[in-house]
Every structure is written in C-alpha cells, then in structure tokens.
Design a protein around this ligand. Structure first.
Ligand SMILES: [Zn+2]
Length: 285
C-alpha cells in the first residue's frame, strides 16, 4: 500500500511530466470514483503537491501565467494499489491525455489500480467536504507545522498508539509500515495508551527520521504479488531493505536479537519486538 514516501516519490516523478501542461482529456468509466474530472479538461497544471497520501494537481485556465493562483484542485488518492505509468495495461482505470507541448508531443499518463481503491475528484481549493480524511488531516511529518509539544500533549491522552497514528489526525501520511517502524525505533508497544512525555518525544523524533529516510530512499516496494507499489517507470523503491520490524516476523530484532512478533491490531498486521516494546497498563486516572 502506498504510504507517504511512495506518494511523495510518485509526486516527484510525475511533476516534471505535468507541470505547465494542459489537460486534453480524462477518460474512465467510473464517474462515482473519479468525480468531476471533466472540469480538468482544457486547464493547465500549475503544480503538483501532496497532503498525506493525497496528490493534488493545482489547475488554472489554459492561458493563466505560471504564477497565477489556481482555482481548481485535481485530487488523487492512490488507494491500496494505485499508481501512474507511461504505458497502458489491463489494470488501467484512468487515461490522462495532455495537449501537445512546444515540441509537438502529446503525452499520456495511465492510472493503474488493480484493486480499484483509488479515488479522484476535482474540487475548488480547500473544499474537502466529500473527503473527511483529507479535511481532518494532521500536519505533514516533515514540515514545521508538525510541532513536538503539540504531538506529545495529544499522545498523553490518546488510546492505542498505532491506530491513533493510522487515523492521520495527529500527523499525516503514516501508514501501516511506517507506524510499525517508528514505534520500533521509539521502543513503544503498538497498543500502548497514554504515552509519557518521554515516549511522545521519542515517537515524534522517530516518525520524522523514519519518514525522511524513506522519502530519501524512494519509498518501499513489497514483493508479494500483483498490485505492488512501483515507481511509475517500473523502478522499485529501496526502503524495504531498511525495515527493522515490518515483514520480519520470526527474524531477530536488529537491536536485541529477540524474534520479531506479528500480531493483528485494529485489523492491521502489526510487527514489534516483544522485548524492546513492552506494553504497560495505564488506566485512566
Ligand atoms: Zn528488540
């Protein structure tokens, strides 16, 4: 499943292909999943940003100057298995065609999505009422809006820490893999409630470090069948080689040598070291 680093890698790869180009057509046969995409036709892509696991194309009229404000956003959520490629295939769900550029080339980008959880919508900037996760999303982990004191204070009152992270409310973009990796690094049990200040500080630091490393490495790529995340040119991300607990059940903890355990927490496969990450009962006072 694409997480923040994979989505950021996708953004960096496709931005040069899209920036400044005019969208000629958006073809698909699922208007309930890819909403109002006709509004994008004939409009210029001013830029491509990311919030959590959402990609956002800023659109303006075709004759807008490069620094004009955008008046529409084309939002893409990659879902479990979505990604962009330069070639079409059996799992192509959306075909994005661009007007010819100065060199006379038109170009197409194909949205592949074997499991069809991906979504798109064209909306006015900031109007995310139809997308509650996006509307309630916490700060970006690598931005200065992610403030340690705020995070530590929220964590002191939180329920089980891993589902809390996955809610995207305390911080955006932390999915299953990076939640497990960050909690291992911070030595906190995934089901721990009501983190101490020291735990909250360790987790804050771990999230920033793990996400920064993963973005640098180009995201993870999991080798377990169809629908794997791949960068759009077919290159795999490299972060998988740096996982300490995720996907390593039964292998030794890199810190203490104890076998990594896999369990299920809030319906999500969860990996941790039972020696480094000890659960502590903390009833509400
Ligand atoms: Zn350990």
């Amino acid at each position: 499943m694409p997480e923040l680093p994979e989505v950021e890698t996708t953004r960096r790869k496709i931005e040069p292909l899209l920036r400044g180009r005019v969208i000629a057509s958006v073809e698909h046969d699922a208007p309930h999943k890819y909403r109002d995409t006709h509004l994008a036709v004939g409009r210029r892509v001013q830029g491509l940003s990311r919030r959590g696991k959402y990609l956002m194309l800023q659109l303006a009229s075709a004759d807008a100057a490069e620094d004009d404000l955008h008046d529409l956003e084309f939002i893409v959520h990659l879902g479990m298995t979505g990604g962009f490629r330069l070639d079409s295939g059996p799992h192509t769900r959306v075909t994005l065609t661009l007007e010819p550029d100065g060199a006379g080339d038109s170009q197409q980008l194909f949205f592949h999505d074997p499991r069809r959880f991906g979504k798109m919508a064209v909306v006015r900037p900031g109007e995310y009422a139809g997308m509650p996760t996006l509307a309630a999303m916490g700060p970006e982990p690598l931005s200065e809006d992610f403030i340690e004191g705020d995070f530590v204070r929220l964590a002191r009152e939180a329920g089980a820490v891993k589902p809390w992270l996955l809610s995207q409310k305390p911080v955006s973009g932390v999915g299953n893999i990076y939640a497990d990796e960050s909690l291992w690094q911070a030595q906190i049990h995934p089901a721990q409630t009501r983190l101490t200040a020291a735990e909250g500080q360790r987790l804050y630091t771990a999230i920033r470090e793990v996400m920064a490393q993963a973005v640098d490495a180009g995201g993870s790529s999991l080798g377990n069948g169809v629908g794997n995340y791949r960068q759009h040119d077919g290159l795999s991300g490299l972060f998988q080689h740096e996982h300490h607990v995720y996907g390593r059940a039964g292998q030794p903890c890199p810190r203490c040598g104890t076998d990594i355990v896999k369990t299920v927490l809030a319906q999500r496969g969860t990996h941790f070291c039972p020696k480094c990450q000890v659960f502590e009962e903390r009833p509400r006072s």
